[in-house]
Design a protein around this ligand. Structure first.
Ligand code: FES
Length: 95
């Protein structure tokens, strides 16, 4: 069964194959997440992973450094850097 991604802001529930980048899922679904750089350096795509943080790829060093600079708690991620591995629920925060 494919992972389900729940975009909480617009209560949008979609399925995507495991291993799909969250930004691709958000774009295809028309989810209300603003992407800027798409390389993990601007922060406009910051989200809170409300459920399923364990189903997200691990943050790389650059994403970790960026979020640390914002004092972001561990449940916050950059949507452009996340690979979805299982069911998740996502809340959009922005910068
Ligand atoms: S779009 Fe810039 S950090 Fe994700």
């Amino acid at each position: 069964m494919s992972p389900r991604v729940h975009f909480l802001l617009e209560d949008l529930l979609v399925e995507a194959p495991a291993g799909t980048p969250l930004q691709r899922i958000a774009d295809a679904a028309g989810a209300d997440i603003t992407f800027g750089c798409r390389t993990g350096s601007c922060g406009t795509c910051r989200v809170r992973v409300v459920e399923g943080l364990e189903h997200c790829s691990e943050a790389g060093p650059e994403e970790r450094d960026f979020l640390k600079g914002l004092d972001a708690p561990p449940d916050q991620r950059l949507a452009c850097q996340v690979i979805v591995l299982g069911d998740v629920a996502i809340d959009y925060l922005g910068l």
